[in-house]
Design a protein around this ligand. Sequence first.
Ligand code: SF4
Ligand code: SF4
Length: 224
Amino acid sequence: MNTYFGNIGIAISTLWDGLCVTMGHFIRKKKLNATLQYPRERWPIPERHIGFEEAKYNVIRCRLHVDIDDCIGCMQCVRACPVDCIKIVTVKLPKDTELGSLPGSTQTSATSKGSPKRLLVARFDIDLAVCMYCNLCTYPCPEECIYMVGGPNGHRHPIDYEFSERDRNRLVYRFATATDEEVAVAVAAAGKKPAPTTATTTATATATVTKKAPGKAGDTRLEK
Ligand code: SF4
Ligand code: SF4
């Protein structure tokens, strides 16, 4: 009988202790110590010191970005990607034709490094649902225009808070800025001869003029 009432006493005592802890937090409520109402509320992104030296930020898993104006369509990143999640289609211009000189062109003729752009990048998609964030595609890029955001590249592009989606198709980031009209002009100028690129892309070069993959432009999320 003593044991029976003893257990009841312990139960009441521990219940009281738990309630005291809860009431203590309730009364001494501090700002930001409650559950965050995500996604309406978000923790601030730490500016620095996230466990890596800043020089090593580029090896953490961020998100790929492409400065498309500097892309020459060389396909080095495509060849480096082990999971084939980068899709590029280019249109090769005739010899001595500058990209920016085509009628109605909004494209630049050279990269920021001064390299001439001989190919119009009609499609540049990265499927981030497939990407494994290995960073391998960034190393061979001769123009250093594909990179992980943030860290040493913070001056080029801010780091993302997060980029989860309910629809996988929305994880296909489209970086090409060439309009259908620009691609059509380039294809006409090229005599309907797409650039000799990879087997999977050459066949679809002209088709891409009117048929683009689902997804979104590379930076739209950051504007939310
Ligand atoms: S980070 Fe890796 S998996 Fe992702 S696109 Fe680059 S090479 Fe491919
Ligand atoms: S390696 Fe760089 S320049 Fe070449 S296609 Fe890829 S992003 Fe463009």
